[in-house]
Design a protein around this ligand. Structure first.
Ligand code: AMP
Length: 215
């Protein structure tokens, strides 16, 4: 089951991908997370990536594709995977086709006001990476991680001015990619305006209806 999850930033792709990964036993591969890891490592590549990410720009195709190609060659991807955040350009669609065959692309949709509400409330633990939402999934003590006591912070690119840029960049590219997968009969749409408890069972049902079984 080789899946691609698509949708604007803040639609909840990461949450649905984590749930599907657990239920169906395939890895969740987020290029955003991979890029942040690389930046944190302080490597030469990480320094290069930071120049783009902090401005809310997409990273050049060849850099991100090489990271994805390496990741998909890992043994844990042999039964499938969920790609989250990739492909984001038509060039990446083309490159992904050369790397592997995709079974299904799920496009998650939500109204703009829902997305803005979700993104601006998001907080992440600096220490263990757990994600909270100040309204929908608040920590017991504001600003402190329930799991490890780490400090919660707002990602630089979750701040309103960068979010606007990210939505702009996303929209510019997204229509053509969706059209491409729709034309190939690989696209399924899921309305993700509601809470995750409602959306997740919808995704499981969709995958089972396509013949995908649990691990
Ligand atoms: P995300 O967490 O998916 O929103 O990704 C955070 C940032 O990483 C984006 O704003 C981009 O700068 C970069 N990024 C993630 N995935 C890609 C991709 N497929 N192509 C180009 N840049 C990406």
């Amino acid at each position: 089951m080789r899946l691609v999850f698509m949708g604007p930033p803040g639609v909840g792709k990461g949450t649905y991908a984590t749930a599907v990964s657990r239920e169906f036993g395939i890895p969740h591969i987020s290029t955003g997370d991979m890029i942040r890891e690389e930046m944190k490592s302080g490597s030469e590549l990480g320094v290069k990536l930071r120049e783009y990410v902090e401005k809310g720009l997409l990273v050049p195709d060849e850099l991100v594709t090489e990271m994805v190609r390496k990741r998909l060659s890992n043994a844990d991807c042999s039964l499938g995977f969920i790609l989250d955040g990739y492909p984001r350009t038509l060039k990446q669609v083309e490159d992904l086709d050369k790397i592997t065959k995709i079974d299904l692309v799920i496009n998650f949709t939500a109204r703009d006001e829902v997305i803005i509400d979700r993104i601006s409330g998001r907080r992440i633990c600096r220490n263990c990476g757990t994600i909270y939402h100040i309204k929908y999934m608040p920590p017991k003590t504001p600003g402190v991680c329930d799991k490890c006591g780490g400090e919660l912070y707002q990602r630089e690119d979750d701040k309103p001015e960068v979010v606007k840029k990210r939505l702009e960049v996303y929209r510019q590219q997204f229509a053509a990619i969706i059209d491409h997968y729709r034309a190939r009969g690989l696209l399924a749409e899921v309305d993700a305006s509601e809470q995750a408890e409602v959306v997740i069972p919808r995704v499981f049902e969709l995958l089972r209806s396509k013949g995908f079984t649990m691990k």
